[in-house]
Design a protein around this ligand. Structure first.
Ligand code: FE2
Length: 396
């Protein structure tokens, strides 16, 4: 079912290297720049089917609001991104209502093995337990009342000590046994709004044993957007590659919902969410956001885990890194994540206000957490000086 994309990647590589998916073209671009765009890789009929499945799921109220919860001293706080709805395909019942996506879900290995010729993609066999019996016909409209996932990113930069970009906060309230999907609530992009009870338990079991995540997304066009973030902000997240596929027939300039990639210190790229457009980027080193959408927008995302993501050498920022000579390496390294929020502090805050602006309480918490991260990072003199240097090196 991934054959259209695999073929497109193989073709692109073939001119320079006859190893399937092993040569130049798109994958070399991902390796070098951190991202690449592939148009028209999917058969038109498949695109139409996948779009219809997302629209039907949304129309049946079987998608869940994009939501994230985190702990505070006064109890858990849940932030909701208005206008954005998702369905995780590890959810057996959701998947059974979407045969096209069900097929994609069960054939992800086609793409994993292709990409593994060039990237350190995790290939372990899917050891998920058997799916629960199908009860799709009695699907209950999604609720998110039991959203439980919680995490925050702590940017603990100090120049004199080994520092770790980690993502676990005191008071964290995650029920995810591996904390596999932990991520930054203020930068959350694809966080889970979970259904409850047995379904949630099954979903978590399925996620735990998988090397990928496949999610459908519907933006209802009422201004929904995402703030700046990395898809893999820190351990224990394992994501290596993000594969994003847009399904928007008749998208026009002005409809919004563009993907904005912001390679560290480089020029931002605004990518219209055109139908049959695939964007592949490094989950751990491409800062990005989604601009406000004024028209409905559908897409799906596959995140592929890496076999060795977030090793110490890309998580711990050391004093030796805080020099201008290291900057060329930093722009290609996930180490940038520790400093990104400080280098782009205004852009982060502006995007948070855009994203949560309809809800003053959510905006307040998101901005407060962002500023707390900043304060922590900039408290160190050497880090603060280095951030100033990086700001002068920015191309925008
Ligand atoms: Fe993202």
């Amino acid at each position: 079912m991934w054959s259209g994309l695999v073929e497109a990647l193989t073709k692109a590589a073939a001119a320079e290297d006859h190893t399937p998916c092993g040569g130049g073209g798109v994958l070399a671009e991902v390796e070098e720049r951190g991202f690449a765009v592939v148009d028209d890789a999917w058969p038109a009929a498949q695109v139409a089917q996948l779009r219809n499945e997302i629209e039907a799921l949304h129309a049946a109220d079987c998608m869940e609001p994009n939501q994230v919860q985190f702990a505070t001293g006064s109890g858990p706080i849940r932030l909701t991104k208005p206008g954005i709805f998702e369905a995780d395909m590890h959810h057996d019942q959701r998947r059974q209502a979407c045969p096209g996506f069900d097929q994609l879900f069960h054939t992800v290995a086609e793409l994993q093995s292709c990409l593994a010729t060039r990237f350190d993609v995790a290939l372990e066999p899917d050891a998920r337990p058997p799916a629960a019996p199908c009860t799709a016909a009695t699907e209950v409209p999604a609720t998110s009342t039991n959203a439980t996932h919680s995490s925050t990113t702590q940017e603990r930069g100090t120049a004199n000590k080994v520092t770790k970009h980690t993502e676990s906060a005191e008071g964290e309230q995650s029920k995810d046994p591996d904390n596999k999907n932990a991520r930054d609530p203020t930068a959350a992009t694809d966080d889970d709004a979970r259904s409850s009870g047995e379904q949630q338990e099954q979903l978590q079991k399925n996620q735990q044993f998988s090397t990928f995540t496949l999610k459908l997304q519907y933006n209802d066009g009422t201004g929904g957007c995402f703030p700046y973030h990395y898809d893999n902000p820190a351990p224990p997240n394992k994501r290596l590659l993000t594969v994003l596929v847009y399904l928007n027939a008749n998208w026009q300039q002005g409809d919004g919902g563009e993907l904005m990639l912001a390679p560290f210190l480089g020029k931002p790229q605004v990518i219209p969410p055109l139908e049959n457009r695939t964007v592949i980027f490094r989950s751990d080193r491409i800062l990005h956001r989604v601009l406000k959408a004024s028209k409905p927008r559908a897409c799906f995302t596959l995140w592929l885990d890496g076999a060795n993501t977030n090793t110490d050498d890309v998580v711990f920022l050391r004093e030796k890194h805080l020099t201008p000579a290291f900057v060329p390496e930093l722009v290609r390294s996930p180490l940038q994540r520790t400093l990104s929020r400080a280098v782009y502090e205004e852009e982060y805050e502006r995007s948070l206000r855009e994203c949560f602006g309809a809800n003053p309480r959510d905006t307040k918490y998101a901005v407060a957490l962002h500023r707390a991260h900043l304060k922590q990072t900039l408290a160190n003199d050497k880090l603060r000086q280095f951030v100033q240097h990086l700001k002068t090196a920015r191309q925008w």
